[in-house]
Design a protein around this ligand. Structure first.
Ligand SMILES: Nc1ncnc2c1ncn2[C@@H]1O[C@H](COP(=O)(O)OP(=O)(O)OP(=O)(O)O)[C@@H](O)[C@H]1O
Ligand SMILES: Cc1ncc(CO)c(N)n1
Length: 272
């Protein structure tokens, strides 16, 4: 018997440490019973202490991966993570259009926690021009939003204004993540969909093990869209997923450790 599955694709960088990038995305897809596929844009030598090297895949190799998927496997949703260069952004955007991929979630990854550049400076314009207009959902953290709009984002009003500006750049739904506002007891994310604002609420957990939180969150949104959930349902589930993954943390490595990708599933089973 052959089971029909929901499929999701991640176009992102590999994190050898397993907590972010392609690895976090595939683990998250699997947790949600979604068949995961990947296009690897760059290999990073990385652990919980930081990024020790960045090795972009030659453009030809990236285009070949995109084509291989496009000509055979139709994903129900696609996410982008570390895209590294202008050329890679353009290749990803071209594939989305050529193959008619839907439910595109853009996580505009720019730097790692240790400051290593994961997106070249001259690629920002390409992201605004080619990728944001294709996005169903864009999920910037504060710094990424600041770079994209070219302004600082400090007050709640700035945050709302930034969300509107990113929506005007073409993303259908903007999620301004709150993970970096460390003075707050809550880690709430602000969502704007062109007609209303709403919040994804979560208690802030005091932990240094937050490596890959953004990747995991956007991967969960992508998996849920692939399953056929509405954007709002997908975002609410992703918030629960990342909350559990941070709260029921695991010990791995001596720096900024990864999150617990199986916590949400375990909790869901326990509550039945
Ligand atoms: N300490 C925390 N406690 C609770 N939730 C958190 C915490 N840190 C981040 N989050 C949540 O995790 C999700 C990802 O947000 P975050 O701002 O960390 O993304 P990011 O900076 O893109 O992550 P990454 O480290 O992958 O680059 C958001 O829903 C955010 O609110
Ligand atoms: C490969 C990769 N993608 C994204 C991030 C951001 O968390 C990271 N550290 N590494």
């Amino acid at each position: 018997m052959r089971l029909k599955v929901n499929k999701a694709l991640t176009i992102a960088g590999s994190d050898s440490g397993g907590g972010a990038g392609i690895q976090s995305d595939l683990k998250t897809f699997q947790e949600l019973s979604v068949y995961g596929m990947s296009v690897i844009t760059a290999v990073t030598a990385q652990n919980t202490l930081g990024v020790h090297g960045v090795y972009p895949v030659p453009l030809e190799g990236i285009e070949a991966q995109l084509d291989a998927i496009g000509h055979d496997l139709q994903p129900g949703a696609v996410k982008t993570g570390m895209l590294f260069s202008k050329e890679i952004i353009e290749a990803a955007a071209t594939a989305v259009q050529e193959f008619g991929w839907i439910n595109v979630v853009v996580d505009p990854v720019m730097v790692a926690k240790d400051g290593t550049v994961l997106l070249e400076n001259n690629a920002i314009q390409a992201m605004k021009e080619h990728l944001l207009p294709l996005a169903k959902i864009v999920t910037p953290n504060r710094m990424e939003a600041e770079v994209l709009i070219g302004n600082t984002v400090t007050s709640p009003e700035d945050r709302r204004q930034a969300a509107v500006m990113l929506w005007e750049m073409g993303a259908e739904i903007v999620v301004m993540k709150g993970g970096h506002d460390e003075n707050d007891d809550m880690s709430n994310d602000l969502v704007y969909n062109g007609s209303e604002f709403y919040e994804l609420k979560g208690r802030r957990v005091a932990t240094k093990n937050t490596h890959g939180t953004g990747c995991t969150f956007s991967a969960c949104v992508t998996a849920e869209l692939a399953i056929g959930k509405t954007p709002k349902e997908a975002l609410l589930t992703a918030k629960q997923f990342i909350q559990a993954a941070i709260e029921y943390g695991i010990e791995a490595g001596s720096g900024h450790g990864p999150t617990n990708h199986w916590a949400y599933r375990r909790l869901s089973h326990e509550s039945r």
